[in-house]
Write a protein that binds this ligand. Structure first.
Ligand code: SF4
Ligand code: SF4
Length: 476
């Protein structure tokens, strides 16, 4: 192994500048100089990490295809019904009135993603991102099954349109389209609910044209992405991938090539002492689904799929060298042989995340099952009644966020008086309700033209909420 003495940031930069060709950064690997698509045909990966990822993806796929069928009290565990503005997370129903909780939840999620990325780079992309799982673990496997491994695929591509090519293309398009259609159905199931989807299917496309159109659009988008667009979704479209440049630092753990150990590259037959462990076999490049050479350093295109780790480990085994020339490691871990450190940046993110999690927890625990708003009825002031009494008319808007019908009573909290309901406050489950009521006070109770009144909302004697309204009286 060469003696690559590197001990500070400047010498790392100089070393990398001298040792590694950086011209690849001038272009995106999947686009040619002429601006055409460089179609990546990676070799089928194999190895320990690929097997682990496969097991993980089976679990993920089972979850994806079974969750819409799992119900709690007749409702799905997750629902993202943007059309009816109804959202269910872990069986808890959220309404637009819970927007604040939703915003804090989203903020917490973003901080979590940042913290996770600063520490572990794009591990999510390789192991849990739906795009990678469906592309690499479902569609790519079907492609290997139909078309064969990379060399056979290249041969097929170069072939004239003979029977073999036509048959294989038809089978592949049929398989990809059917699977895209299936995924689109489940995707829609997460939006409108799987039962609702089934009802729409039974009613037919002419009754439920909107659902049918959504299904066609989703199917075509999935088919386009998995049949043709592929890794470009991660490289060009995904905003998370684009964030890497600002989130990663020298301590982030990534799939990385150990250039200290590997450089300078040389053939195994080259017996000179100054060669590194990389035998320049290109096995890591051949399996890469985004078509990059990880030996060039951290790149935006790398989705941390670990295929190159498995490929290189196999080569290291063959040449009797230690595995891990490509491995999960940080830049400092490789250059300075440092262990992962808990940097001030990580500490700060952890603090912010902890505070947000506590705040979110408090919001969720104290979240009311009924949301209510009281407003004085527009265009009305006050009514003078007999016995020196005055009344005001109010509108009340209620949202029942629970799965049961509820009957609500209204009571004045801060003074004696009467509440006369114009309608009965029976609020059906999971719905909005609006009604009107009068508040009647004695004239002597009013000390100013405007008086604050507090109205308690009760269900079975239990106070759910207290609202404040203004009671108008004659000028004093
Ligand atoms: S460089 Fe390695 S980890 Fe990154 S995308 Fe390519 S094969 Fe996957
Ligand atoms: S697989 Fe390993 S040995 Fe072969 S080129 Fe890549 S880094 Fe070098």
């Amino acid at each position: 192994m060469p003696n690559n003495s590197i001990n500070d940031s400047e010498s790392i930069a100089n070393y990398k500048k001298d040792a590694l060709d950086q011209t690849f950064r001038d272009a995106v690997g999947t686009i040619s100089k002429e601006g055409n698509r460089n179609y990546v045909i990676p070799q089928k990966p194999k190895g320990r990490l690929y097997n682990l990822r496969s097991y993980f993806s089976y679990f993920y796929l089972i979850l994806f295809f079974t969750l819409p069928f799992i119900k709690v009290e007749g409702e799905p565990v997750f629902l993202f019904n943007v059309l009816e503005r109804k959202f269910i997370f872990f069986s808890k129903i959220f309404w637009p009135q819970d927007f604040f909780i939703f915003a804090i939840g989203l903020l917490t999620f973003i901080v979590f993603v940042i913290l996770f990325t600063v520490a572990f780079g794009r591990i999510f992309c390789g192991w849990a991102c739906p795009q990678t799982i469906f592309m690499e673990m479902v569609f790519r496997k079907i492609e290997y099954f139909i078309d064969g491994d990379a060399n056979q695929q290249k041969k097929l591509k170069a072939m004239p349109w003979n029977t073999e090519k036509i048959v294989k293309r038809v089978i592949k398009i049929f398989a990809f389209f059917s699977l895209s259609f299936l995924i689109a159905n489940f995707f829609l199931g997460y939006i409108i609910g799987i039962d609702e989807l089934w009802v729409h299917i039974q009613e037919g496309i002419f009754v439920e044209f909107g659902t049918f159109s959504a299904l066609v659009i989703f199917t075509l988008v999935f088919f386009f992405v998995y049949y043709w667009f592929r890794e470009q979704a991660c490289i060009i479209v995904c905003p998370y991938g684009r964030l890497q440049g600002v989130l990663l630092d020298r301590n982030s753990i990534l799939v990385a090539y150990d250039y200290v150990r590997g450089e300078p590259r040389g053939k195994l037959s080259d017996k000179t002492n100054d060669k590194g462990d990389c035998v320049n076999c290109y096995a890591c490049v051949r399996v890469c689904p985004t078509g990059i050479d990880i030996r060039n350093g951290t790149q935006l295109e790398c989705v941390n799929c670990t295929a190159c780790i498995d490929a290189c480990d196999e080569i290291m085994d063959h040449v009797n060298k230690p595995k891990g020339l490509i491995r999960y490691a940080s830049e400092n871990g490789i250059a300075l042989k440092e262990q992962m450190t808990y940097t001030w940046r990580l500490k700060l993110y952890t603090l912010v995340l902890s505070l947000l999690l506590i705040f979110l927890g408090v919001l969720l625990v104290t979240r009311a099952d009924v949301a209510a708003r009281i407003m004085r009825t527009p265009g009305q002031t006050y009514q003078l009644l007999a016995d020196d009494k005055i009344s005001n008319l109010y509108n009340i808007k209620l949202v029942n966020k629970t799965r049961k019908n509820i009957h609500l009573d209204l009571k004045l909290e801060n003074m004696k008086g009467e509440i006369k309901q114009v309608g009965v406050v029976d609020v059906p489950k999971e719905s909005y309700f609006q009604t009107s009521f009068f508040i009647t006070l004695k004239n002597e109770q009013l000390k100013a033209r405007k008086t604050k009144v507090k109205v308690g909302i009760y269900e079975n004697g239990k106070r759910m909420d207290v609202l404040t309204a203004i009671f108008l009286g004659p000028s004093i």
